[in-house]
Write a protein that binds this ligand. Structure first.
Ligand code: ZN
Length: 191
């Protein structure tokens, strides 16, 4: 027996490919580049393809299972590699996520926790919003007793420009339900 979870996937923005290619070419021209350079001729197409891929979540079926085992301790998946795009600079940020929940009546396949992260990471994001969206998505999809998300990421907009603070990690967290208050379960999250 399988239960179908409520689908709470964000709407991916529609990409106007032609307009986007023209805009990339215009940007390069405005940056003083010669668009007749053989290396640049096909760059607008490649850039639009890359951004479309980076900003489009993969469609996925979200299935949950009844918690027949009556498991109500923490389920925690650590060190899930992820990447996203900084909304302020259009540069990537990447790092690891630690995602967990305390089941109520539903369980979710462990790999789905990583896929859930991908759902929100393929977007123009700020790390704080990504953290909160994933925690809230877990709460609405799984209806667990609690959920927690910790993200640790390096932002290229901070490490290769501006202050050029290479190797710095930004850590964000969101805890819901029984994990909302500090305690032994919450202490099992890294960081
Ligand atoms: Zn940035």
């Amino acid at each position: 027996m399988r239960l179908e979870a409520v689908r709470t996937m964000p709407e991916a923005a529609r990409v106007d490919v032609e307009a986007a290619r023209t805009a990339v070419a215009d940007l390069l021209t405005a940056l003083g580049r010669d668009m007749s350079d053989p290396h640049l001729v096909d760059t607008p197409r490649r850039v639009v393809e890359a951004f479309t891929e980076l900003l489009t979540p993969q469609p996925h079926r979200w299935t949950v299972f009844p918690n027949a085992e009556d498991y109500h301790d923490l389920v925690l998946v650590k060190d899930i590699a992820f990447h996203s795009m900084c909304e302020h600079h259009l540069l990537p940020f990447r790092g690891v996520a630690h995602v967990g929940y305390v089941p109520g009546d539903r369980l979710m396949g462990l790999s789905k926790l990583a896929r859930g992260l991908d759902l929100f990471a393929r977007d123009l994001q700020i790390q704080e919003r990504l953290t909160v969206q994933l925690a809230d998505w877990l709460m609405s999809t799984l209806q667990p007793l609690g959920a927690g998300v910790v993200l640790e990421a390096e932002h290229l907009c901070m490490s290769i420009r501006g202050v050029q603070a290479a190797g710095t990690l930004t850590r964000t967290s969101a805890f819901r339900g029984v994990l909302a208050e500090p305690g032994e379960l919450r202490d099992r999250f890294p960081g």
